[in-house]
Design a protein around this ligand. Structure first.
Ligand SMILES: Cc1cc2nc3c(=O)[nH]c(=O)nc-3n(C[C@H](O)[C@H](O)[C@H](O)COP(=O)(O)O)c2cc1C
Length: 191
């Protein structure tokens, strides 16, 4: 075993890449986030840690809404672009084709595998940055990424971010069925 520098090597990886959409009055904005996580399933809730200075954070605090879309590998250039440029200086409203739910609270991305509209239910302060927790109010999926009505990873090709090499990756091979393979052996593998 080697001891690593926790400040340089820290990171749970790979992390799923999402694009957060917000709208304040007519100002539409999108940003890339890797620090996103599912926090509950009943009700369905997601959380995302964002720097407090991002335009996205300012929008979420003011409107109480955000969208979270799962881009596919085909969206990698646009996804990286909205993660490099801030809406504080750059208009990112036309980077993606957008659509809305009927309630029109946050813009979502046409062409993404999954998009969800989230109502802010809680904000935790982590160090100086907010951890926004949103309840998923509406969920949309593109037909082409579904198999038997369920999102299909092999079709979606979601982007994963690996902090150790600062790169986008995609899901590799299927390993085993979860909640299942562990039932097959009485004694776990030693290595
Ligand atoms: C791969 C990648 C992952 C990122 N993940 C996050 C994140 O999880 N949280 C965050 O605050 N910023 C993250 N960023 C940085 C923001 O996307 C970036 O600062 C963006 O310009 C903020 O846009 P805004 O000011 O328009 O909201 C990430 C950027 C990239 C390229």
């Amino acid at each position: 075993m080697q001891s690593l520098d926790v400040k340089k090597q820290f990171g749970i990886f790979p992390m799923p890449i999402v694009v957060i959409g917000t709208q304040l009055e007519t100002k539409v904005n999108f940003m890339t986030a890797a620090w996103a996580v599912q926090v509950d399933h009943n009700p369905p809730m997601v959380g995302v840690v964002l720097s407090k200075d991002h335009l996205t954070s300012i929008h979420i605090k003011k409107t109480g809404w955000f969208s979270l879309s799962i881009p596919t590998a085909d969206h990698v250039v646009a996804t990286d672009y909205v993660g490099i440029h801030s809406g504080n200086e750059t208009d990112k409203s036309s980077v993606f084709p957008i659509f809305y739910s009927r309630q029109k609270k946050a813009p979502m991305i046409e062409g993404c595998a999954l998009s969800m509209e989230c109502r802010l239910v809680q904000t935790l302060e982590i160090s100086s940055d907010p951890f926004f927790i949103g309840k998923i109010e509406t969920l949309f999926a593109k037909d082409q990424y579904l198999t038997d009505g369920k999102p299909d990873f092999s079709k979606m090709r979601p982007l994963l971010y690996c902090s150790t090499d600062g790169s986008y990756w995609q899901v590799g091979e299927h390993v085993a069925k979860a909640w299942s393979v562990g039932r097959e052996k009485a004694v776990p593998d030693k290595d």
